[in-house]
Design a protein around this ligand. Sequence first.
Ligand SMILES: Cc1ncc(COP(=O)(O)O)c(C=O)c1O
Length: 467
Amino acid sequence: MQEIQINCQLTLRPPIRQPPSDMGFPPVFGGAKEKGAAFPKPKDERLDPTVMPTTEGFFGEYGGAFLPPPLVPIIDEIKAKYLELKEDPSFWAELRLLEKHFTGRPSPILHCERLSEKVGGAQIYLKREDLNHTGAHKINHCLGEALLAKKMGKKKLIAETGAGQHGVALATAAALVGLECDIYMGEVDMAKERPNVVRMKILGANVIPATHGLKTLKEAVDSAFGAYMEDPVTQFYAIGSVVGPHPFPMMVRDFQSVVGREAKAQFKELTGGKLPDTLVACVGGGCNAIGLFTAFLGDEKVKLVGVEPSGTDLKVTGKHAATMTLGTPGTIHGFKCLLLQDEAGEPAPVNTCASGLDYPGVGPQHCYLKDIGRVKYETVTDTECVDAFMSLARDQGIIPALESAHAVAYAVKLAKTLPKTDTILVNLSGRGDKDVDYVVENFGAKYGVSVPKYEMPKAEAALASAA
Ligand SMILES: Cc1ncc(COP(=O)(O)O)c(C=O)c1O
């Protein structure tokens, strides 16, 4: 019998559920009932975000829930509760209120006039998810997941984190609603993204290092899954992207889709009713990209581009994380997707300068959108990413997260090939505070940035309490 490895300790059986037999309608998409927020109904039903996924959680051949037997009733319960809340206007009202007063939504759109002028082609706009409370788009789904967990009577939120942004956002949401929080993070990422480790601890979360394998995002997911298996009843695994077993890819997408709904209305207002010609977003698990794309899936004239890392060498396994470009169908962490894998079906090693993109799998809806040709997936190297990081800082006054800098890098390349009348809207998924030490240490010399290591002064109060 073929078996699916989740991690060294966890062995899963093949699909518990049968493949989908229908393209069943899930209930109305969260938030779509809000006044003025209805989704367009595309002619092609397969592009309708209110149709996907099937009731079994499949987007085309991808997705589903490949679970060990003890998890089946637990995940079913989460699905049932989410589907109930999805139809409950008071749940969305509560979430919208938090988005406004806690996150600071709507996030603005900025026309990067100086950068566009310098690039010399299409006009580049940014959807400023970096300005959200906690500094990235991750807070959008963390608030939703934390509310759901609280309503289910769970005691603790647990999750993986790569760049630390999902971890910080979840620790924040846990503090807001009053739940305990454990975050699993690869040891390598803990060193790279130290400021976020410090933030999570200040927020009261436990940060637990993943010390096996490459000690990055995949290993953090392995560890979080292992911990979840030990107590799935009182813990809620708040998955950090549109990945994992159904209903997580759908549910996280629903929470993130506020980004695209806002962007569509804002862009029209800015440009006298036009839509952007192209949307660009980086793709790790894929939640910021799907969050921006969802409201535009039915607008066939709007080109959609997901950008993933080609790292330092797209031709060498272990030197990139270009899942959409080079992956083949496989199963990881309870769902089917395009996967970078070896001949035995084990996830292949991945590497990129952006910890949040360092994952061998990807959200199932992205795989489907690639198959039907609705979204194009492109790659950007580490060098191009760091160039874009510095360029956005110096030519526009914004320091982006390294993940988001992948999208900026592609937008700059694309803009150069297009007329000045074209528009590109980039999802600036996060800010770069977490990355500045890593960038300066590794690439500072190339850009003339050198910062000596200063000694931390002792606080009077600390000296007094030590005495
Ligand atoms: C700022 C930022 N952008 C993008 C990502 C990638 O995740 P996703 O593809 O799910 O948006 C991360 C992940 O940590 C992130 O921190």
